[in-house]
Design a binder for this molecule. Sequence first.
Ligand SMILES: C[S@@+](CC[C@H](N)C(=O)[O-])C[C@H]1O[C@@H](n2cnc3c(N)ncnc32)[C@H](O)[C@@H]1O
Length: 256
Amino acid sequence: MFARNDSTTPDMGKVYDDFAEAFRQSDQLPTWKYVGKPAMEKLLGPWLRPGVTFLDLGSASARVEAGLLIPHGVRPEDITGVEISPEQVEMARTRIPQATFVVGNIADPLLLLDNPASFDVVFSHMVFEHLSDEQLAQTCANAYRLLKDGGVFAFVVTHPIKMTDVNGDLVTTYGEFETTAPWGGVLHNWRRSVEQTVETLKQAGFKVEVTEDVPFPKTAPAGLSNDDLTAFNAAHEKYSRYSAIRLAVRAIRPEQ
Ligand SMILES: C[S@@+](CC[C@H](N)C(=O)[O-])C[C@H]1O[C@@H](n2cnc3c(N)ncnc32)[C@H](O)[C@@H]1O
């Protein structure tokens, strides 16, 4: 049904297939628990409730669904996820059987062609850095087509000021580079400015409401276990040198 790769996507599905088991541990990453998850929660706050329909672009093993959507009362049957790695899709289906997870390329112009204007919210967490500029533009066009009038497009990505290459060196040029994922494996990522991301959204027809630079928190939340506090402190040591590690964006498909 979907093209798994195109000429500009190195075999992303295979990378995430190979690391599917390791990526399962990603629920425990401090960058998810203390940065990505609260950032998504802030972006999606008013929509995190029963009766709202969600499409997740790059849903992997359903970390966002299990950690955020379901605990807020979103109904599993109102959730659709698209993911390029079949292994990850299997894990997501096992985790939340009543939701719909499909293998697909979010940058495919034919993405969910039978479901135009059918979602209240399209969201994505830590995926668009894997897309070339052309793929991001097509993905935004897909999100616009799949959202209802007045629908919300919200995503969190690695902030362009903290992108590092395979050697751990800061990437300062725009465009494609190779990096290492926290769970292993080499990934091809793209670095683009915040302004370029905003412009891509506008070109697709969106009204951009929020762009927020999200840092790693200065202090640990109260009540952490010793193990969690150790992990928090190690991550703080690593990330506190950056003024932001994530970029959070929310845009609206204007009412016609
Ligand atoms: C860092 S993971 C994030 C997964 C998930 N959003 C989360 O936060 O747990 C990136 C995911 O995006 C998927 N991905 C990358 N490019 C994709 C594409 N073009 N279409 C669909 N999925 C893609 C990868 O296979 C991987 O599962």
